[in-house]
Design a protein. Structure first.
Lengths: 413, 169
């Protein structure tokens, strides 16, 4: 049960690391430096071991133990990125015989024992228990190995000190590796967050593009359909002259729609060109053009304007133009027979645009076709979004008294 | 049996009862207190050892026995920390808001580990004394041993608690 708890607790930080875990912390240079130090250590300790055996200082058993330890050390020094199945036996071969032979060999073999303990503690794939148990065993084996030798008390203490050094070094490196791994995880999550942010802003840009395209297409194509319906009706009743006038109007509408679409595409392509102010007269002229186009389609419209036009941001000017465009298309679609009222108030701080039309009297039983079905409710939503993005501005649409009213307010900055 | 021996036996039984009680009840894991006790005990133990008259006569045997006892204490302490069951403290137990977030209980296994440690200690005591060790029976050694045991247990418990709740670390 406690085992299960530990598994759960340690799992995310320790065990499920891929095989390359702790090794990609250091760069190639420190790896080859480690290799050099390892081989140098094996050679120096190996020299002592052989020398002591040749002069008859150590027994054959101790010499054999020393060779096993040196083999383990060499193996773990040469083997880059060993699997746990290779690394554990190599470390065990390094630590246990070396600890046992440390005192009889006058301390030379405490080096591989300490290095082995350090390796075990450093490896993040292994839990810290492996290193701790190995260190305890090494400490005990050093004492057992000292039985029967004439090692001094200080000498024995020094040997144990070597193991302690291995433990401290291993713990230190383990923490460094853990910190490096956390750092990598942090970098990874930062990258993920950045990608998500980029995706979100791409989505926003797409929505804005969809809005612009809807506005342009709904307005000009919707107007065209109405004009062409009228042309068809006129031609059927043989009024060719009037039909020709209508066609000229339709052509003008199509041309202005095309220009509008070009402008929208251009703005989408170069968002920076949206910046900058647009002169009040220019804004007023575009509004008048829209009103004239509506009248040109044969609809009644009462236009009131108060104050004198003020300059607005390019975004705000576009929003205002699009709002009027959308409101007029809606009037044509939903209340074609009713006279619409458009009112623009140019204030010093706020510009208000109001489009109002009486609600059609008989909705359900209306046998007049409800006009081209371009839009489908996207227009008003797009308008609200556009004004919400501007800040300090608002757009609302709803029934007020007996009229349907679209009202937008823009802050002059 | 003399009165002194009886008193010793009574003290021993009392100590055992105290240990059993401590192993069987839930104890709050208090980061501060867990480190303080072993450090104080260890300091007293080292001080007592340094006051010994025949310190210069210490043999390799003394050091060996000391090292082995120390390692066994550390190992048993770490095991105690490992087998301890940890549970979150519940507010329902009528605790203060600043109470430690976790409690632990070692249970019967912990008791057995205590007995193992005492047995190893007594065994080494007897063996080393018969071989002429002067250090083995010193009171300071016992204190250092207990300190090492508690230190290892505290270390393991803290590691486990931190991996359970990284935010409280």
């Amino acid at each position: 049960m406690t085992n299960g708890e530990r598994e759960g607790a340690v799992g995310p930080s320790g065990r499920d690391e891929p095989a390359a875990g702790p090794w990609n912390v250091g760069d190639e240079r420190s790896n080859s430096l480690g290799l050099l130090v390892g081989i140098l250590g094996v050679v120096i300790v190996g020299y002592f071991v052989v020398h002591q055996f040749v002069v008859g200082y150590t027994s054959t058993a101790i010499f054999a133990l020393s060779l096993v330890a040196l083999a383990g050390w060499l193996c773990s020094a040469l083997w880059r990125r060993p699997a746990v199945g290779v690394m554990l036996p190599a470390a065990a071969a390094m630590i246990l015989p070396a600890a046992l032979a440390a005192a009889p060999s006058d301390g030379a073999l405490i080096v591989p024992a300490a290095v082995g303990v350090m390796r075990l503690l450093t490896d993040l794939r292994l839990r810290v228990w492996f290193g701790a148990v190995a260190a305890l065993l090494a400490g005990l084996l050093v004492v057992i190995g000292a039985i029967g030798t004439d090692i001094s008390p200080t000498g024995l203490l020094s040997l144990e000190g070597g193991i302690v050094l291995g433990v401290l070094g291993g713990a230190n490196r383990r923490q460094a590796h853990q910190a490096a791994r956390r750092q990598r995880a942090l970098v990874q999550s930062t990258i993920t967050a950045r990608e998500e942010h980029a995706r979100a802003s791409a989505l926003q840009a797409r929505q804005s593009a969809a809005r612009d395209i809807h506005d342009v297409l709904a307005h000009s194509l919707g107007g065209l359909v109405i004009q062409l319906d009228a042309v068809e009706a006129l031609l059927e009743s043989g009024r060719v002259d009037e039909a020709a006038t209508r066609v000229t109007d339709a052509r003008a509408l199509a041309a202005s729609g095309l220009a509008d679409a070009r402008r929208a595409v251009e703005t989408l392509r170069e968002p920076s060109r949206r910046a900058g102010a647009v002169a009040g007269e220019e804004i007023a002229r575009t509004l008048h053009d829209l009103v004239d186009a509506h009248r040109g389609l044969g609809f009644a419209l009462e236009f009131t304007e108060t104050g004198s036009p003020v300059a607005l941001d390019a975004d705000a000017a576009a929003a205002l133009r699009r709002a009027l465009q959308e409101a007029l298309s809606n009037v044509r679609r939903h209340a074609p027979g009713q006279p619409a009222g458009v009112r623009v108030d140019w204030g010093a701080e706020r510009v208000t645009l109001q489009v109002r039309n009486p609600l059609p009297a008989r909705r359900a039983s209306d046998d007049v076709p409800s006009g081209p079905a371009v839009g489908g409710g996207h227009g008003l939503r797009g308008m609200r979004e556009r004004f919400a993005e501007l800040g300090g501005s608002s757009a609302s649409a709803g029934v007020r008294e007996d009229d349907f009213v679209v009202q937008v307010e823009l802050e002059v900055r | 049996m003399t009165i002194a021996q009886l008193a010793d036996v009574a003290l021993g039984i009392l100590a055992l009862a105290w240990i059993i009680y401590r192993q069987m009840t839930w104890r709050a894991i208090s980061m501060g207190r867990m480190w303080k006790m072993p450090l104080i005990l260890g300091a007293i133990g080292v001080f007592q050892l340094s006051q010994m008259k025949d310190l210069h006569r210490l043999s390799t045997l003394d050091i060996g026995a000391l090292v082995v006892e120390l390692l066994v204490s550390l190992g048993v302490g770490a095991l105690m920390g490992a087998v301890a069951v940890i549970r979150p403290s519940s507010r329902a137990d009528g605790q203060e808001p600043d109470q430690p977030a976790f409690q632990s209980r070692t249970g019967w296994v912990g008791l057995a580990l205590w007995i193992v440690m005492i047995a190893v200690r007594v065994g080494i005591d007897v063996a080393a004394s018969s071989m002429g060790s002067v250090l083995a029976t010193a009171t300071g050694v016992i204190l250092v041993m207990i300190a090492a045991n508690r230190l290892a247990r505290a270390f393991v418990l803290v590691t486990r608690v931190q991996s359970l709740a990284p935010t409280t670390a």
